[in-house]
Unconditional design. Structure first.
Length: 203
């Protein structure tokens, strides 16, 4: 074989090697582009799903995935409707305290019932109040408006209270805890200094 033929064969081999290397690099680049395109597609899908699930969220927040949601992550989502049972304590007769609430938007109405023992003779006593209140995010405030029924009878025997309670979803099925104070009442000066704590669990 002539020296020219050998040179041509070497040149062909070197050219084939270069083509193979370039081909591999192009293949890697193609794979990288394919992976990048797949990731972009997934991100677009997440953004699209976010826009569907949270249509009112700012556009800058939609691609960040769902927020960690408690019952009260979004204003107005807390619903305290239902029966709550617990204890009213303080510088007065301890009472088993039960409230039945109905919530419409942020307004709350309902009744409260206190059951305890008369400190004079240990006999059972109870009272039922009408109440109204307001829910602001996770804070419930309510005020007893009037005595509906009681034993011993007579509205003058009982103090009306106002309470401010914080809602917590844990432990399940939910807690309302906070403080209360008696409202000033003509004809019953003993109500004025009364105050204490109130803890209720959803029944």
């Amino acid at each position: 074989m002539s020296s020219g033929g050998v040179a041509r064969r070497r040149a062909t081999t070197q050219t084939a090697g270069v083509v193979a290397i370039v081909g591999r690099r192009r293949g890697r680049a193609g794979s990288t582009l394919a992976v990048g395109a797949s990731a972009a597609g997934i991100l677009s899908l997440v953004v699209a799903v976010g826009a569907w699930l949270w249509p009112n969220a700012p556009a800058s927040d939609r691609g960040q995935g769902p927020a960690v949601v408690g019952t009260h992550s979004f204003p107005g989502r807390v619903d305290v409707s239902g029966t709550w049972v617990g204890q009213l304590t303080g510088n007065t007769v301890p009472l088993r305290y039960q409230v039945v609430l109905t919530q419409q938007a942020s307004g709350v109405t309902g009744t409260a019932r206190g059951d305890g023992l008369d400190p004079r003779d240990g006999s059972p006593v109870y009272v039922v109040f009408e109440l109204t209140g307001q829910l602001d995010h996770e804070t419930l405030t309510f005020r007893e408006r009037s005595v509906v029924n009681s034993d011993p009878a007579g509205a003058g025997n009982w103090c009306l209270i106002s309470a401010t309670l914080a809602y917590s979803p844990v432990p399940q099925p939910g807690l309302l805890t906070g403080s209360w104070h008696a409202l000033p009442r003509s004809g019953n000066p003993a109500c004025d200094p009364q105050s204490g704590q109130l803890k209720l669990q959803r029944g």
